[in-house]
Ligand binder design. Structure first.
Ligand code: RIB
Length: 338
């Protein structure tokens, strides 16, 4: 890893100067002509913030490095290794290599990695969240840095190519399925609601139940965080509800598995007490007890397609947004109560 000389990042300097990170890089590395006015703004932001650039950095994209960066938020969520595997298999098949960065869902880590990857002159970037800030991604795009968003839909960034599962439809499938099993009281443990996947899964679930006139106090939403620990904590919250729900839809498998652990510790038998549906179909979801019914995303394929689109953009072609279909995988964590 490149030694970090300054806590201030190139993105902070760019924001202070009102220019893009690439412009800061061009001024500092003298890789292209920048107007005297912008140069002055950049240098005064550098001085004010005491920014010390990485001495090994050579600026942005002076020539191809045949490497791309994938920024993920949680390496412990098995969704991401499978996704990364899809990306890596694709990029290595076409002669590129992958740099994988884990941010622990922290904005400052994400900013640091964007900077590090730019300094390493990667040819393109894959984001799995917009946590770094829409303005940063917009400025990367306007500087011609190829970017793809994976697993999320950008709402306000024109031209950002994405590869995603239809999360709204996945939420609908979960709601419809649990309703048809005869359930009347539901809990949804959502993903973070500042995240489009979290919001769309929630909206689909609620809309499917509304169609069957289930609403109000019969649907309780607990905001989760997509982690196993968060799922474990949510189970504690669910057990305090009165009356208890009979069906729970978790916005991802990691949270469902965390909750299964808690229910097991409390000697609560699943699916006798609660019917549980997850989302993702990570490999381990078929190995837990009981095997988890879930809404499947084609995780490896999402990785491959995202990599394919990114490389198309890097090589001067036009990328295209891709939306994949979710699918119900029935296992043994639900029961019919009709
Ligand atoms: O951020 C993690 C989650 O987002 C995954 O579990 C998957 O559901 C993805 O969309």
């Amino acid at each position: 890893m490149i030694a970090k000389k300054s806590k201030v990042s190139i993105i902070d300097v760019a924001q202070k100067a009102g220019v893009s990170p690439a412009t800061v890089s061009r001024v500092l590395n003298k890789t292209a002509r920048v107007s005297p006015e912008l140069t002055k703004k950049v240098l005064s932001a550098v001085n004010e913030l005491n920014y010390v650039p990485d001495p090994f950095a050579h600026g942005l994209k002076t020539k191809r490095t045949k490497s791309i960066g994938l920024i993920i938020s949680d390496i412990t969520n098995p969704f991401f290794p499978e996704l990364a595997r899809g990306v890596e298999d694709y990029v290595s098949s076409v002669g590129y290599s992958l740099i994988l960065c884990n941010t622990d869902a922290k904005v400052e880590n994400e900013k640091r990695y964007v900077e590090l990857l730019l300094n390493k002159r990667i040819d393109g970037l894959m984001f799995t969240s917009l946590r770094v800030g829409e303005d940063v991604i917009k400025s990367l795009l306007s500087d011609g840095v190829p970017c793809v968003l994976v697993g999320r839909k950008p709402e306000n960034i024109e031209g950002l190519i994405y590869v995603v599962t239809d999360n709204y439809k996945g939420g609908c499938i979960a709601g419809e399925y649990l309703f048809k099993l005869g359930h009347k009281r539901f809990v949804h443990v959502s993903g973070p609601l500042d995240n489009s996947a979290g919001r769309e899964r929630l909206a689909g679930f609620i809309d499917a139940l509304k169609k069957h006139k289930v609403k109000g106090k019969n649907i309780k939403v607990i905001e989760g965080d997509f982690t196993m620990e968060g799922g474990y904590r949510s189970a504690r919250e669910i057990l305090r509800l009165n009356p208890l729900p009979t069906a729970i839809f978790f916005a991802n498998d990691a949270m469902a598995i965390g909750a299964l652990q808690r229910f097991w510790e409390e000697k609560i038998s699943i699916p006798d007490v609660f019917s549980i549906v997850g989302f993702d179909n990570i490999k381990v979801s078929s190995l837990v007890s009981p095997p988890l019914t879930t809404i499947s995303q084609e995780i490896y394929k999402i990785g491959q397609l995202s990599a394919r689109e990114l490389i198309k953009i890097i090589e001067g072609e036009k990328g295209e947004p891709i939306v994949l279909e979710p699918k119900l995988i029935e296992r043994r964590s639900c029961r019919c109560i009709k």
